[in-house]
Design a protein around this ligand. Sequence first.
Ligand code: NCD
Ligand code: ZN
Length: 345
Amino acid sequence: MEKLSITRPDDWHLHVRNGAMLRTVIAHTAQQFGRAMIMPNLKPPICTVAEALSYREEILQALPKNADFTPLMSLYLTANTTVEDVKAVSSSEFVKAFKLYPAGATTNSDAGVSQLSGIYPILEALEKYDIPLLVHGEVTSAECDIFDRERVFLETQLSDIAQKFPALRIVVEHATTKDAVQFVLAHGPNVAATLTPQHLLYNRNALLVGGIKPHFYCLPILKREPHRQALVAAAVSGNPKFFLGTDSAPHSQALKENHCGCAGCYSAHAALELYAELFEAENALDKLEGFASLYGADFYRLPRNNSTITLTKQEWRVPASYGEAECTVIPLRAGEVLRWQVVAP
Ligand code: NCD
Ligand code: ZN
């Protein structure tokens, strides 16, 4: 049987929510990943180190016994974020980044920033204290076409920020376009991107052909095939500026299959398997470990994990759903057969 052992990977962009949903989903991530960067877009958002540490406690409580998993936290950057908040992160063991959401860009982003120039003092502090800025890179202006929102954000906002704060470490989260790939390549080693399984495996046809498929609706929205191809080329290139971040984002089935379905794909149940499938199809399984397990840790200046994880070529069928009642989640590839499987430790 074909096997692949790699350093235990990390997920550098993950939503786990709280309460019953957290308890429904967290074991999936803890089984595969050594660490995950937990997104702060709860209601209300996680804005201070104290809030992040108490959220982290809740995550630790929800973990299966003997889990080999460390949640790392990010803070939600708002117009009220202070330089003191930045300083607090710089001396925190478990809070490692700030997340910038343009106001209204995505799920629970109402508290986001509407005037980027207003947060320049905070960006200056992030640069000074060398704390990564994680960016949801989309403009939110009503006139901007949803398929152009990432490109326009990079052109009109993020390039200014990168120029004004040249040493600021920036992660273009869930990059979805060739423009984002070019943006990352055009900047120094302090500018990187995470890539999700859905944006690497699917283009917008998955969402819109043969009926509207709400479980493929996420933000930034799936793009045209040439964009997907640019993301794939970046992922398998071995360039350390591109690393794994699933953006697994659980929502209840009822809220996804809705007249106004919410944004987010759930992939934590099979994250590494989905990436392995892609890297295999690209004849690049030898590049999976760097992408999944090494480059992200290096970017965050954290030690690489010292345990390993094994994937085997063993078919298994993804359940039709996980969880129950209002925590019923429909995963990517629900009811379908996957080729790779993570071996239980
Ligand atoms: C995320 C969520 O549901 O929290 N949704 C998504 O479509 N990606 C938010 C985000 O990362 O944009
Ligand atoms: Zn996200």
